[in-house]
Design a protein around this ligand. Sequence first.
Ligand SMILES: *[C@@H]1O[C@H](CO)[C@@H](O)[C@H](O)[C@H]1NC(C)=O
Ligand SMILES: *[C@@H]1O[C@H](CO)[C@@H](O)[C@H](O)[C@H]1NC(C)=O
Ligand SMILES: *[C@@H]1O[C@H](CO)[C@@H](O)[C@H](O)[C@H]1NC(C)=O
Ligand SMILES: *[C@@H]1O[C@H](CO)[C@@H](O)[C@H](O)[C@H]1NC(C)=O
Ligand SMILES: *[C@@H]1O[C@H](CO)[C@@H](O)[C@H](O)[C@H]1NC(C)=O
Ligand SMILES: *[C@@H]1O[C@H](CO)[C@@H](O)[C@H](O)[C@H]1NC(C)=O
Ligand SMILES: *[C@@H]1O[C@H](CO)[C@@H](O)[C@H](O)[C@H]1NC(C)=O
Length: 315
Amino acid sequence: MKFPYPSTMMLVLLLAFLCFESLPHVMAQSSSNKEAKALDAILQQYAYKALANPKTGTVYNATQLPSNLTGVKVAALRLRSGSLRRKGFDMYNEFEIPNGLIVSPYVERLVFVYQNLGKLSNKYYPLPNYTYLAPVLGLLAYDAANLSATNLSELDVNASGDNILVKFQDVKSVPHGTVAKCVWFDLQGSSNFSNVKGGNTCSTSQQGHFSIVVKSNGAPGPVSPTPHNHGKGEKKSSKKVWIIVGSVVGGLLLLVLLSFLVLCINKYKQKKKMQGMERAADSGETLQMASVGETKAPAATVTRTQPTLEHEYAP
Ligand SMILES: *[C@@H]1O[C@H](CO)[C@@H](O)[C@H](O)[C@H]1NC(C)=O
Ligand SMILES: *[C@@H]1O[C@H](CO)[C@@H](O)[C@H](O)[C@H]1NC(C)=O
Ligand SMILES: *[C@@H]1O[C@H](CO)[C@@H](O)[C@H](O)[C@H]1NC(C)=O
Ligand SMILES: *[C@@H]1O[C@H](CO)[C@@H](O)[C@H](O)[C@H]1NC(C)=O
Ligand SMILES: *[C@@H]1O[C@H](CO)[C@@H](O)[C@H](O)[C@H]1NC(C)=O
Ligand SMILES: *[C@@H]1O[C@H](CO)[C@@H](O)[C@H](O)[C@H]1NC(C)=O
Ligand SMILES: *[C@@H]1O[C@H](CO)[C@@H](O)[C@H](O)[C@H]1NC(C)=O
């Protein structure tokens, strides 16, 4: 019963290894929202820095973003929430903010942080099987009470009347045979799709991140030459998942087969041993170790006492 353990151990180790191997992949998928949230926090800081002695109702662009955020645009707009509710704000870059927005919890003033993620859209908001026709734009509301505050959480914003409109500039042309869709990422990172109006406008009752996308064609002929290799990566990783699943199932099957083999061998040995002992008993010989095979049963000189048989069944 000794010999199967090394191979069983190896299988267990193999399974454990495969589990660990698949872990980073799973984590990478769920971490994309974490990265996006971390980016929101960084951009909030840069936006607030632009608000030194701010005039209410004036848009301030953030400057001096770090080099790893080149191409990202950030701005800040401070408003009184009463004025926001009564008048809205006509055109904050691409955003047309109507009256009737309700901000909760109540704050006297709030800051709308504007984000344009440019080339980093795909990195922070990966959308498998879709191609971005416009950069991801963000609109997030924070309390303006302390302009040095960091790590703020967003206020709730809800349109009680008209929706906020996002009028994208320079939308890439829609590839033939596809339909452009608005995509909205809420603060938890969930995406939701809606129809594009007037070729470039999306509508929303809440804050978050927005863009215009088309389904990318799975066929080799790429729909657009834009930097978008996400589909490919997704396919590769799904292949990897199948390899892992296959290995695990295969490993389990092997384990079952091995167990059967072990059982058979044991049965066979037992039978042999019994036969050997019976023979020995019949001939009155002393039993030799060798006659029992590799099993190191205390080869009995005693006759019919069937040495350590129960013990052999213990796993
Ligand atoms: C701020 O940036 C926007 C583009 O994001 C630009 O249109 C605007 O002119 C800039 N404003 C200032 C004051 O630089
Ligand atoms: C950008 O680089 C800085 C260091 O220069 C680093 O602290 C920060 O995490 C990086 N940000 C992103 C979004 O990669
Ligand atoms: C992407 O498309 C492929 C094939 O068209 C499909 O198998 C896969 O499930 C899709 N992925 C997502 C996340 O929808
Ligand atoms: C504003 O926030 C900063 C950073 O969190 C903190 O150090 C400072 O005490 C706060 N000021 C007020 C008036 O709360
Ligand atoms: C930011 O705030 C969250 C809770 O709102 C907290 O879990 C996290 O540790 C904070 N991060 C930093 C860098 O202060
Ligand atoms: C937003 O307001 C509408 C009514 O004005 C309400 O039905 C809806 O539940 C609110 N949504 C949220 C997320 O607060
Ligand atoms: C997401 O979109 C679907 C229709 O596309 C809609 O029924 C649903 O209410 C939306 N979810 C949210 C949270 O807006």
